[in-house]
Design a protein around this ligand. Structure first.
Ligand code: ATP
Ligand code: MG
Length: 139
């Protein structure tokens, strides 16, 4: 069993896509162990995406991620990290496979609706960034 962090980014929340995303997660068989809505500060967004601090898009990305509420979730399942990234599709929605969340809903390489952890170590860091042990409901 594996856990991963999912975020419905501010564009997804603002455009009314929470239900669409959650429907796909549940239909895929991944289990939602925790869920809450948060509005990140710029500093919190910078800490979350610290691995990208040298990238040219870092300032714009952290402005976007702190621009409105987002929904953060802990997902669990066999190979949850890879399975959820498959549901999300490629970073650039134009390159994302048919039927993926980003292909169907994203409008921009930055405003791409969802985030997902990319490895077990990043998943552990990202889950603990938003949730304490009491907020994660074991199944
Ligand atoms: P995420 O980490 O959000 O799940 P990802 O792992 O598919 O996305 P990363 O390379 O980690 O992609 O980039 C993090 C986020 O930064 C992207 O989801 C996107 O919002 C933004 N981003 C990535 N590349 C670019 C770019 N070239 N221009 C603008 N924004 C970008
Ligand atoms: Mg990433």
């Amino acid at each position: 069993m594996e856990r991963t962090l999912s975020i419905i980014k501010p564009d997804g929340v603002g455009r009314g896509l929470i239900g669409d995303v959650v429907k796909r997660l549940e239909a895929s068989g991944l289990t939602i162990l925790a869920m809450k809505m948060i509005h990140m500060t710029k500093t919190q967004a910078q800490g979350f995406y610290a691995v990208h601090r040298e990238r040219p898009f870092f300032d714009s990305l952290t402005d976007f991620m702190s621009s409105g509420p987002a929904v953060v979730m802990v997902l669990e399942g066999e190979n949850a990290i890879a399975r959820y990234r498959e549901l999300m599709g490629a970073t650039n929605y134009k390159e994302a496979a048919e039927g993926t969340i980003r292909r169907d809903f994203a409008t921009d390489i930055e405003k791409n609706v969802v985030h997902g952890s990319d490895a077990p170590e990043t998943a552990a860091f990202e889950i603990s960034y938003f949730f304490n042990a009491f907020e994660i409901n074991p199944r």
